[in-house]
Write a protein that binds this ligand. Structure first.
Ligand code: SAH
Length: 395
């Protein structure tokens, strides 16, 4: 096996079980590794540190997977990791009112670059590292063994793949192809998912808990759901008796799916407006009309894909939140989210403070949102904590 010796002092993060070795930490490579090969990482004096997937095209030269030298990275290893991840979700898998969940969450489940979501009897897979790409057949086999799915679909069309030098894939990997829309349940609400073309892997199951938490405040209230996608926050608010709901998203497929979901749940009697538009434009238009809401939800896409994009992203978050605050009735609630891993909760709070000053509003934090149990954060990998949000009372 090829050996990667680290520069002096660079073993620290590995010993702390952080799963990334940056290319700048590498001192010498003994042998010739192909991208995606499992390599041995050694400290500068030659002592074993960990095994990981090698890639010389990525900023992360080795994605670590195993810290025990005696352990072999073979079929059994993959089976064990997959079964461990599935076992950790046993309660969710048994839940009667939910059948959309994340089964494997990359580094958090010791399989860096592998994301597997379960949507009813189908699996949606994203492969974002060459190491996982090489083990694809084994992984499919073990997923079938553990879960007996109807079909496995490859949604590896994310831009993250290009950082690893692998091409995008979108197609059936195994079994039956899903219908254009399949129905799933989350907290008792039914959603249509387009596995092949929907955003990300088809659905945002990471907002499952937050949709419920927010809906608890929605009874009798007017709700503006910005970046609504297929209506997660909108439908939960309706379910809980919101007086009217307005959903805004720029994607035609998102709005179409949301309308299907309203029918599927027999919510057609609820007062609802779906607007296909750019949120920034629409918020400005509402402001000019003098329109106000009791609750505003802001769940934008990732504004900061990396640390270098932080300044620009901070300004975009600030502006968005300032506008959201200005559309609230006095004492109204703003549920605001960031799914940028590069923006931590403290930075997010600072951005909100800055937005509040600009809006001329007093703002209280009444709740903090995070990601649900099927998106665990490994304590040695804080970067895995990407979804954060605040429920604010805007005075
Ligand atoms: N809140 C959603 C998930 C939001 S994902 C849920 O609970 O499922 C982000 C959404 O923002 C996507 O649906 C995307 O189409 C939409 N989007 C991205 N940029 C936008 C923009 N400038 N204006 C309106 N919608 C936008």
């Amino acid at each position: 096996m090829v050996e990667i010796k680290l520069k002096k002092g660079k073993e620290k993060a590995v010993l702390q079980r952080h799963p990334w070795v940056f290319s700048g930490a590498v001192d010498k490579i003994k042998g010739k590794a192909d991208n995606g090969d499992v390599v041995k990482v050694l400290d500068n004096s030659g002592d074993f540190l960990a095994y990981g997937y090698f890639n010389d095209q990525s900023r992360v030269a080795v994605r670590l997977i195993e810290w025990n030298e005696e352990t072999q990275i073979d079929e059994d290893w993959y089976e064990q990791k997959i079964n461990q991840a599935v076992a950790a979700r046993a309660d969710l898998l048994k839940a009667e009112d939910t059948n959309a969940l994340r089964l494997i969450f990359s580094e958090a489940d010791f399989l860096p670059g592998l994301i597997v979501d379960k949507y009813a009897d189908f699996l949606s897979v994203q492969i974002l590292s060459t190491g996982i790409e090489k083990a694809k057949d084994i992984i499919i086999d073990k997923l079938c063994k553990a879960l007996n799915p109807t079909g496995i679909f490859d949604r590896s069309d994310a831009t993250a793949r290009t950082h690893e030098g692998i091409t995008a894939e979108n197609g059936l990997l195994w079994g039956e192809a899903p219908a254009e829309f399949i129905a799933v349940k989350e907290n008792g609400i039914t959603y249509h998912i387009n596995i092949a073309e929907g955003q990300k892997s088809g659905f945002y199951c990471d907002q499952r808990d937050n949709r419920l938490l927010l809906a608890a405040y929605a009874k009798g209230k007017s709700v503006l759901d910005c970046f609504s996608y297929s209506g997660g926050f909108s439908l939960n608010a309706m379910q809980n008796g919101a007086s009217e709901v307005t959903s805004v998203d720029s994607s035609a497929l998102a709005i179409e799916t949301l309308k299907q979901n309203i029918e599927l749940n027999k919510f057609v009697k609820h007062k609802h407006t779906a607007i296909q538009s750019d949120v920034n434009k629409q918020l400005r238009a509402f402001k000019e009309e003098g329109k106000k809401f009791d609750i505003v939800v802001l769940d934008p896409p990732k504004y900061a894909p990396s640390r270098s994009a932080l300044d620009r992203a901070a300004r975009a978050y600030k502006d968005l939140n300032r506008l959201g605050m200005l559309l609230l009735e006095p004492g109204g609630l703003l549920a605001t989210f960031s799914c940028s891993g590069a923006v931590d909760i403290e930075t997010f709070k600072q951005i909100i403070a800055w937005a509040a000053l600009d809006a001329g509003k007093e703002v209280q934090i009444i709740k903090q949102f995070s990601q649900p149990e099927d998106h665990p954060v490994r304590i040695s990998f804080p970067e895995g904590e990407y979804l954060k949000g605040l429920l604010l009372r805007v005075l």
